[in-house]
Design a binder for this molecule. Sequence first.
Ligand code: XIL
Length: 302
Amino acid sequence: GSTLQAAASERGRYFGTAIAGFRLSDSAYTTIANREFNMITAENEMKIDATEPNRNQFSYAAGDQIVNWARSNGKQVRGHTLAWHSQQPGWMQNLSGSALRSAMLNHVTQVATHYRGQIHSWDVVNEAFQDGSSGARRDSNLQRTGNDWIEAAFRAARAADPNAKLCYNDYNTDDWTHAKTQAVYNLVRDFKARGVPIDCVGFQSHFNSQSPVPSNYQTTLSSFAALGVDVQITELDIEGSGTAQADSYRRVVQACLAVSRCTGISVWGVRDSDSWRASGTPLLFDGSGNKKLAYTSVLDTL
Ligand code: XIL
């Protein structure tokens, strides 16, 4: 194939990107996005603060704009995200205990119901574990409602949209030897053993010089897949430039292709100038929309 989506399709995978709603009026941006990608994640528009700005008052216009753009262009959508400690609206930040638990479950139910039938995979829970060596859950208002909040969110999501794949999504879970990776692995193993509905694990895969593509990345993907879940690379970006960056992108694509249950790769933005990263050039197109060496590396590896 001559585009990322075509080449990935030939390998039985999707190739996606995050889309920011405010950029949909930029035709240089939409031309690249429409040509290259067939899986779309809303960069911010389906997060909790966007979809429920006031308690039990839902606001879907911004999310719908992205979903409608994707579907009208023949693309699938990853839902991001239903339960997260970050980007909570103020009212939710101020809740705790059983009131927060029921508000969180209501949010999951309402948003997953609104988008029922339109979502390939939902990031039901995002970033629930700590960094570092503890392997512990991240402290958050959601975690303080009780350790079972993650499975409660997954059960509510399954009830609301039985056909969406339900994912746990996190960062710094790429290195198989890291405590955080093992902690997520143990969560997924436990969920599978107890019949808690989970279908996939998302690896954000934000890489930089402090956190490069680990040599055991493929082992991580295959180990999770062996638990009976799909794995997806959900927010890929790699700081750097030139051949070093291209080589890192190649290794990510090779790892995914080597794992049959690695069903797709999404990058977290289109051009370097669209990246959430404050500095650096982590994406596949430069600010002028030109294909970078990293792009050619990905396309040739697919
Ligand atoms: C980022 C967006 O790209 C930014 O625009 C926003 O200001 C903050 O969130 N992990 C995630 C994503 O799961 O939702 C984050 O997206 C990047 C890190």
